[in-house]
Design a protein around this ligand. Structure first.
Ligand code: KG4
Ligand code: ZN
Length: 351
């Protein structure tokens, strides 16, 4: 079975075609991403209206590239795929509606079901792409991206219990804001990781974040404020002092994430492993620290599937249709995109 998926929730337009084999493995036939980052960099962050217009311009050529890379012809696509999937939210509402409209058009044209997918849950599925065997339930999943810091308990497929989330900045957002303080381009997570390699971390000089074990929340704003005070006292952003501070900063952020994971794992029985997903999951220091401190199996996505992509949307869509008749997802598509603020309400209910 094959699914063509469309992703347009933020500043990356993505289309992928993924096959699920009879033995349950995913085969990514093509995964194309058109990044808008350079367009938004001059503004220091993503401008929603600009993002929507960029998706609008990128989708048609990206669709053609995706087919070409998968070795498929547009005229024969109806016979080659079984369903279309699309990110329903959370995300920038204008950006989402462009992708959803495009996907609805494809679904109508090729007479296929259209499966709406939750972007944050899909990040978790991105970590499953390329695995020979999937982790067993119950497992924990930590999504650490520019928009979310969510820790889920997954007792069974499709059962995402949100057990901790950030009460202020997301972890990746904190990296981006700290980067901005020393003049780094948005998004600055990967660059901070690179600069931190030249530094020596010293966690004793950093604030101990949310030490109360029973509170299953993340908070990064205190760390951000601490960094801004430290940088005010430094003249040269390219100094050894800066590199040391960045090394301490990222390890403090990761220490917070891992302490919460350990606290949650102690609360629930038989956790088989932790899936880490989202852009921050690409950080090698985080991967090493997790490896050293957690004594269960760890699943990190391949680099191409850490950041936003459409292969993860397709992978999640396979789970959505597992016990459904595909007909349920056929036109009329009587659902809408949901924006980030609506998702916040949903999260509160979820907790
Ligand atoms: O998952 P993603 O591509 O987009 C969202 O859905 O937000 O994550 C992007 C975020 C950005 O905040 C970026 O700075 C951060 O992930 N990031 C990193 C690294 N690579 C990307 N943060 C820390 N270390 C990295 N190597
Ligand atoms: Zn994302």
């Amino acid at each position: 079975m094959r699914i063509l998926a469309v992703e347009s929730s933020c500043d990356e337009t993505a289309i992928a075609i993924v096959e699920k084999t009879n033995s349950g493995q995913f085969k990514v036939l093509s995964s194309q991403v058109a990044s808008q980052i350079e367009t938004h960099q001059v503004f220091g962050g993503v401008v929603p209206e600009v993002a929507a217009r960029e998706h609008y311009n990128a989708l048609v050529p990206l669709f053609q590239n995706t087919l070409e890379a998968a070795g498929l012809r547009e005229s024969e696509l109806g016979a080659e795929i079984d369903a279309i999937a699309v990110t329903q939210g959370p995300g920038l509402i204008g950006a989402l509606l462009v992708g959803i409209s495009f996907a609805k058009g494809l679904a109508l044209r090729f007479d296929k079901p259209l499966i709406p997918v939750n972007h944050v849950h899909a990040h978790i599925h991105g970590a499953f792409l390329g695995l020979d065997s999937l982790p067993t339930y119950p497992m924990l999943a930590l999504v650490v991206s520019g928009g979310h810091t969510n820790l889920y308990l997954l007792k069974k497929p499709k059962d995402y219990l949100l057990v901790a989330c950030t009460i202020d900045d997301a972890c990746g957002e904190c990296f981006d804001k700290v980067g901005k303080m020393i003049g780094l381009d948005y998004p600055s997570g990967a660059r901070i990781e690179q600069l931190a390699k030249a530094g020596t971390p010293d966690l004793s000089t950093m604030p101990k974040l949310v030490p109360v074990k029973s509170r299953l929340e993340f908070s990064f704003s205190g760390l951000k404020t601490h960094m801004s005070k430290k940088f005010k006292a430094i003249d040269d952003p390219n100094s050894q002092e800066t590199f040391d501070l960045l090394a301490s900063f990222q390890e403090t952020a990761f220490d917070l994430l891992l302490r919460k994971v350990v606290a949650v794992a102690e609360k629930y029985d038989n956790i088989s492993g932790l899936v880490v997903a989202g852009g921050v999951a690409a950080n090698k220091t985080f991967q090493r620290m997790a490896d050293e401190r957690l004594d269960f199996s760890l699943y990190f996505p391949k680099l191409a599937f850490c950041a936003d992509n459409a292969a993860m949307i397709a992978a999640n869509a396979f789970e959505e249709i597992d016990d459904h008749n595909l007909e349920v997802f056929k036109a009329p598509f009587d659902w809408d995109g949901y924006p980030r603020y609506e998702f916040a309400k949903y999260l509160r209910r979820d907790r």
